[in-house]
Design a protein around this ligand. Structure first.
Ligand SMILES: [Zn+2]
Length: 367
């Protein structure tokens, strides 16, 4: 997400049928009457989701349930009014809602319920491995402890394989519009509690907060044996991508779509097979592109870039990874070959073990 977009009207059409929650026992949500339509389900390919903010998966039904459980009074009259707010048409209304909704997350159980709801929905979308970002600073700043948010999410991830057939990893993401000192303090806390994190990331408002601001943070995480990723080139210039690679030493770039403005950078990214975790519906909602038809994904594939498709903040941006695929298919006539290639890229680009990657690739190839 970011907070520097124009506040133009949202041209995105209503999301397709795949957006409905699947008929699975979701903690804290009512199962919907319909499952994924058979035609959609038949088109699912097993893949990895690499760019997902767990706080961006909070659905209105669960927000109301958690509010009631925690005795929190929300400034909405009920589900219909809250649902209406998800149809935001400008960035500020998104950010206001995004942070206001987090208020319902108070206990480990709340974080675990939110995480399980995502896992159930992602499993129905074909996701077989997920690398999930959480923003500890967004919770610490409202008085929720590191232990509560980390243990809550981690408890759901610990049984993701048995419960949903998905392997998972946790990524601690840091808010780039906050200070590096704050981030270092949180990283120290995570390391001190031996938090089960595999990687760190960098997210939130991009422009004006270049990656180099966090050089010490990333050096420290690397020393601690953590994998490294960062949002760059979503709304920020291509030079931010170069900085994230050269100064922070990241292995993966989240978004990265603005690399297309710099042919030398594209050549480098192709040559080094640097993964770019692209989020098409998010880019439309936050006005990085005007419409899905203007999205550079086809050009990125044609250039030979290592791109994958991800949902970013699916409760807010119009859908989960299957929704991204079905809308891409509708607009670009994405071929089965491209879908399989995007899925293979997601698996190769994950931080999973080589053994797990081999299993996932076998599954993708019908093995
Ligand atoms: Zn993101």
């Amino acid at each position: 997400m970011d907070n520097n977009r124009d506040t133009a009207a949202d041209p995105l059409p209503q999301t397709g049928p795949g957006t409905e929650m699947p008929e699975t026992e979701l903690p804290g949500t009512e199962a919907s009457e319909t499952n994924l339509p058979e035609t959609e389900a038949a088109q699912l390919v097993p893949l990895a989701e690499l760019h997902l903010h767990i706080e961006g998966t909070l659905q209105p039904e669960l927000i109301l349930e958690l509010a009631e459980r925690n005795g929190i009074t929300l400034p909405y009259s009920g589900l219909e009014e809250l649902r209406g707010l998800y149809e935001f048409t400008d960035l500020q209304s998104f950010l206001d809602l995004y942070y206001a909704n987090m208020a319902v997350l108070q206990t480990e159980r709340d974080f675990a319920d939110m995480t399980r709801a995502y896992l159930a929905r992602a499993a129905a979308a074909g996701v077989r491995h997920a690398e999930i970002m959480m923003d500890p600073q967004a919770h610490l700043s409202r008085g929720v402890s590191l232990e509560t948010c980390v243990k809550g999410v981690a408890s759901a991830l610990a049984t993701s394989q048995e419960d949903f057939g998905m392997s998972t990893l946790l990524i601690a993401a840091f808010l780039r519009d906050q200070s590096e000192e704050s981030a270092l303090e949180v990283l120290d806390g995570l390391l001190a509690m031996n938090a089960p994190i595999a990687a760190i990331g960098l997210d939130s408002a991009e422009v004006g907060y270049p990656p180099a601001k966090f050089e010490r943070l990333f050096a420290k995480a690397r020393e601690a044996g953590l994998r490294l990723t960062a949002h760059a080139g979503e709304e920020g210039p291509p030079s931010y991508i170069i900085e994230a690679l050269d100064v922070l030493g990241v292995e993966r770039i989240d978004h990265g779509i603005r690399c297309m403005e710099d042919p030398d950078l594209v050549e480098r990214l192709v040559e080094d097979r640097i993964p770019l975790t692209v989020c098409p519906l998010s880019n439309v909602r936050l006005r990085a592109v005007d419409t899905l038809a203007d999205h550079p994904l086809p050009a990125m594939l044609a250039a030979g870039l290592n791109v994958s498709v991800n949902s970013d903040d699916p409760a807010y941006f119009g859908g989960y990874v299957d929704d991204n695929f079905s809308q891409l298919k509708a607009v670009f006539d994405l071929s089965d070959f491209d879908r399989a290639r995007l899925a293979a890229n997601s698996i190769h680009s994950s931080f999973a073990s080589e053994e797990r990657k081999a299993e996932l690739l076998d599954e993708l190839n019908g093995g």
